[in-house]
Ligand binder design. Structure first.
Ligand SMILES: [Zn+2]
Length: 158
């Protein structure tokens, strides 16, 4: 089960981005096929997969449904819809699919960060304990902290 990190939108905007791929709308981003490295050490790759899978959801739904750039069909379950963070980097939930299924190697800077943290995502303050940040809006989820965070973030700008 993933947790939702309790980080401010300001913090979120300052995180390093990785694993966002080229599209018609964002043509300056990399193409994952250029990052495939089948020679990447399998043991390290497995640890990286575990790292990505233990990262936190970001507190805002900004991803939306994704698709596999390598054309997996039907849409693979691990391509995800949300963005994840380890507190330093932000990346799509589906990044793990590219690593696991297509041998896409993470950029050196992100990989080095993961190695330095011994393949363990550091503890982040948790906003909610469960699931999808934009899951069923059933009114039972605590919204007070979000309200507070929004108002204090806005207030700090003045
Ligand atoms: Zn795929």
């Amino acid at each position: 089960m993933r947790h939702i990190a309790d980080i401010t939108l300001e913090h979120l905007a300052g995180l390093k981005r990785v694993g966002f791929w080229r599209s018609d709308r964002e043509s300056s981003l990399p193409d994952p096929s250029a990052l495939v490295d089948e020679a990447w050490d399998v043991a390290e790759r497995e640890r990286v997969i575990a790292y990505l899978e233990s990262s936190f959801f970001v507190p805002v739904a900004q991803g939306g449904p994704s698709w596999c750039r390598f054309g997996c069909s039907p849409r693979p379950a691990d391509i995800g819809t949300q963005d994840l963070t380890d507190g330093t980097w932000v990346f799509p939930e589906g990044l793990v699919h590219y690593v696991r299924s297509h041998g896409v190697k993470l950029p050196a800077e992100f990989l080095e960060h993961i190695r330095q943290h011994e393949f363990r995502v550091r503890e982040l303050p948790v906003l909610r304990e469960n699931g999808e940040p934009d899951g069923a809006a059933n009114g039972s989820q605590p919204i007070r902290s979000e309200t507070n965070r929004t108002s204090s973030a806005a207030g700090s700008r003045r």
